[in-house]
Structure formats: structure tokens, C-alpha cells
Design a protein around this ligand. Sequence first.
Ligand SMILES: NC(=O)c1ccc[n+]([C@@H]2O[C@H](COP(=O)([O-])OP(=O)(O)OC[C@H]3O[C@@H](n4cnc5c(N)ncnc54)[C@H](OP(=O)(O)O)[C@@H]3O)[C@@H](O)[C@H]2O)c1
Length: 323
Amino acid sequence: MIYRYCGKSGIQLPVLSLGLWHNFGSVDDISVATQMVIKAFDSGICHFDLANNYGPEPGSAEKNFGCILKKHLACHRDEIFISSKAGHDMWQGVYGTGSSRKNLIASCNQSLKRTGLEYFDIFYSHRYDGVTPIEETMQALIDIVRQGKALYVGISKHPPHLQQQCYDILKEAHVPCLLSQYRCSMLDPKAKQNNFDLAAQNGSGVICFSPLAQGLLTGKYNQGIPAESRAACSTGFLQESQVTPDRIEAVKKLTLIARERGQSMAQMALAWVLADERVTSCIIGTSSAAQLESNLQTLDNLTFNEEELQHIDTIINHPELWF
Ligand SMILES: NC(=O)c1ccc[n+]([C@@H]2O[C@H](COP(=O)([O-])OP(=O)(O)OC[C@H]3O[C@@H](n4cnc5c(N)ncnc54)[C@H](OP(=O)(O)O)[C@@H]3O)[C@@H](O)[C@H]2O)c1
């Protein structure tokens, strides 16, 4: 495994982290989930990314992860970096969603209970809700750290005009933003332009989610929607309508470049995100240990030559393709 520092901090993360958004809920096979967590840990993936609402049902990914940890990795807690987040819809009523102090602190308490952890390594504001003053949300994060419920804090998907404010408030409280989490892939590179420099200038690491565009960048949809795929699954977040002919055409062209590099499409897509030096880690999702094994081989070739980068750019530099 290769490890990179999170911005200007003393914390290193593996360049590939494992996310538990899909495939770890109560609707999923716990034995497959267990295999993936153990395989990840054994391969040096010591960062697991959770959120209160991951499932389905919401909360069940945290519960399952807590059970796997307790049963198989309990003595390795200090070798593992675990995140959770709050901000999206979680429970009924006006306090069960959004970025208020009430929601963040209650959520963090609930998430600790579900996972059985004493503390999270990092706790994020999962999103800006469009209403809550950013000072209120950041103060909640600061207090979560002061209460010993998390070691570090992070922000996720915050728009550029609020990003700087988040960094400033957190810095002033001496609880600097460790990680800024943004979606980034060949089919959605917007954050590279909009958010990464601000993070880097403020000493925050960048961690990217959905680097495979939820599977589209593996090539698995090139011949239609496979039965077992996320787009075919009723609980999957990738919609059939997002699997468009234009995107598939682009993926087919990209696959030819991947082949010349001796990589799978997925491996090249991950390497492309990691080629940006501002990126600390990409959070991948997998639905089997075999996918994880294959994605780990990305590390065999992380470099691109100028010609490859330019060729890739001509294929993906079309905003109409982006999510
Ligand atoms: N901060 C946020 O708001 C936010 C939002 C979204 C995600 N995240 C985090 O980012 C993590 C990753 O997101 P993501 O799951 O969308 O990531 P992704 O890596 O873009 O997509 C993962 C999916 O692609 C397919 N796949 C992966 N490797 C494959 C391979 N080698 N061959 C064939 N198919 C493969 C699998 O889907 P199939 O089911 O089709 O096999 C897998 O579940 C999440 O778990 C979560 O932790 C954060």
C-alpha cells in the first residue's frame, strides 16, 4: 500500500480507502461484507468511510461494521482510521436531517453506539443543508472533538464559498479541517477546479468519493446494465437514466487507453484520480472481495505520461458527460 499525508497534518491514509455506502447494509450478505473488510485491512487499507445513513436500512452499515470490527479486528483498533458523518436524512422529525448542532451531536452519539466505538477518528459534516449558519455546524464539529467523540473533523461537498469559512472557523478553534471530501472521477472532475486548491492552501487533505462513477468507469455497463450491478439494484443509488450512451461511448474510448497501459478501465480511473497530488486518498466501493483485489492492482501503475493525459482530457473534457 502507498500512504499519503492528509494536507498539513501528521496523519497518513492509504491512497485507497474502503467506503461502506453500498453493500454493507442489512439487505446485504454479511459474509461478503466481512470478507471485504478483512481483505482491505490485510492489504493495508486501514481507512474505512462510514456515515450515519449508510445501509439500507439507514444505520445498518455502521452496525455491521461494528460487529465485523469486534469479531475480527478488535485488537487492531489503533491501526484503523474510521470516519462517520451526519447531515443527510436519518430519522423522522425536524432534527433527523440537516447540519444543525442538534442533528450532528445526536447523530455522532447514535453512530458511536451503533458501531460500538469509543470515538471516531474523523467526523464530518456530510453536507451543507442550505440553511444552517456555517458557524453553528462548525461549532458542533469542534465540540464533538472537545468531547472526545472524534479525533479530527472534516467537511463534505461544501461549496467553495463556504469552504474557506469552514477552514477559518475550525483553524481559529485549533481543530483544523483534516479532510475535505468531494466527488471526483473522470466523469465528474469539477471538484479539481472548484475545491482542491482551496483545501490544499488551507492545509486540508482531499479525499475523493465515487472515483469509478459508481461503477460506470469499470466498463461493466458497456454492453447494457448487468443484473447484479448497482444500476440494476432497487436499493442502488446509480440510476439507469445516468447510464447514458454518451458516457458509455466515452468509457469505451478510455478503455482503449487503459488497455495500452496494461490496466483495467477501473484501475486507470483510480490511477487518474490519484495522479492529482492534492488528493490524499480515493474512497472506493466494492461489492465483492474480487473487485477489491482487482482495484488494489491500481497501485502497480499510478503514473501517466503527457500524451496519455492529453488523450484522456480530449475524451472527458465535455461537461455534458459529467454527473
Ligand atoms: N461524502 C459523500 O457525500 C459521499 C457520497 C457518496 C459516496 N461517499 C463515499 O465514497 C465511497 C465510494 O463511493 P462509490 O461506492 O460510489 O464508489 P465507486 O468506487 O465509484 O463505485 C463503487 C461500485 O463500482 C462497482 N465496482 C467497483 N470496482 C469494480 C470492479 N473492479 N469491477 C466491476 N465493478 C466494480 C461496484 O458496484 P456493483 O454493485 O455494480 O458491483 C462498486 O460498489 C462510499 O462507500 C462512501 O464511503 C461519500
